[in-house]
Design a protein around this ligand. Structure first.
Ligand code: NAD
Length: 290
């Protein structure tokens, strides 16, 4: 079976490689020629536009940075909808604003094209292993048609509701991860400056109630001062912005999210937006003069 795949970045590259390994033929597109070359070398066919990807396939996966990129790729000149036929399916796995997913899906529906929003959690390591958590929004019958495909890139594939519900669930995930990293950073800098080795703190607490997937993944990076992304601060700012905008629409206060957002903005202004989000600790280290 032939699939389209657009967006061959940190996540899209390993995800597309897993689909190739699972036996799918892929038609791929990205603005970055080097990324396309790497996936073509792994067995994919290159297209010159999203439109060409849509003309050559019936199901297209997109893995792009944010809402404007998805709108360009789907709705723009030379975009997917120009080449798509009624009955085709777009599975957008980018993390975007829920309302943007709904807007793009509504435009696709005018052409008879179906869309799911299916953002992921787990980062690059789980993208490589094919064990991402995938949160899906859209019609049940369309979900049923693509869930076997998604099972090659994710270990958990859950339909959360109608279109937009995948991204709403992802925003909840991103709030929990951001606040968790800030908590780990705050705690380790306090411990270290008060004279206890942060590695000792990490090993002592990871089996208790403070233990978490975030602690296990990010404490070693924080302790080593290794902020190679991973998940960039710039992308996490994008997600928290989408969360704050959604919160305004539905009338929910996000006190803690607002504070962590300010920390991430300060790091971005300091030239650290391309660092992994474990780099939140650098904000605490600077203020603590540690
Ligand atoms: P990335 O910046 O590494 O990759 C994005 C890719 O999209 C790039 O290769 C870029 O060239 C391409 N692109 C951008 N605009 C394009 C266009 N108009 N046409 C074609 N290609 C275009 O980002 P990433 O880390 O792979 O993240 C992708 C999405 O997955 C984001 O929404 C992110 O929030 C989400 N996500 C990332 C992680 C992570 O750990 N990196 C984890 C979970 C979810």
């Amino acid at each position: 079976m032939k699939l389209g795949f657009i967006g061959l970045g940190i996540m899209g590259k390993p995800m597309s490689k897993n689909l190739l390994k699972a036996g799918y033929s892929l038609v791929v597109y990205d603005l970055n020629a080097a990324a396309v070359d790497e996936i073509v070398a792994a067995g994919a066919e290159a297209a010159s536009s999203p439109k060409e990807v849509a003309e050559k396939t019936r199901i297209v996966i997109t893995m792009l940075p944010n809402s404007p990129h998805v709108k360009t790729v789907v709705l723009g000149d030379g975009g997917l909808l120009e080449g798509a036929k009624a009955g085709d399916i777009i599975v957008d796995m980018s993390s975007i604003a829920p309302i943007a997913a709904q807007e793009v899906a509504a435009k696709a529906a005018e052409k008879g094209v179906e869309m799911l929003d299916a953002p992921v959690s787990g980062g690059e390591p789980k993208a490589i292993d094919g064990t991402l958590s995938i949160m899906v929004g859209g019609k049940q019958e369309i979900f049923d048609r693509v869930k076997d495909i998604l099972a090659h890139v994710g270990k958990s594939v859950v339909r959360c509701g109608d279109i937009g519900a995948g991204n709403t669930t992802k925003l909840a995930n991103q709030i929990i991860v951001a606040l968790n990293i800030a908590a780990v950073s705050e705690a380790l800098v306090l411990g270290a400056k008060a004279g206890v080795d942060p590695e000792v703190i990490f090993q002592a607490i990871r089996g208790g109630l403070a233990g978490s997937t975030v602690l296990d993944a990010k404490a070693p990076m924080i302790i080593a001062g290794n902020f190679k992304p991973g998940f960039k601060i710039d992308l996490h700012i994008k997600d928290l912005n989408n969360a704050l905008e959604t919160a305004k629409e539905v009338g929910v206060p996000l006190f803690l999210t607002t504070q962590v957002m300010e920390i991430m903005q300060a790091l971005k202004v300091d030239g650290k937006g391309q660092n992994d989000h474990s780099g939140i600790v650098q904000f605490y280290e600077k203020l603590a003069q540690f």
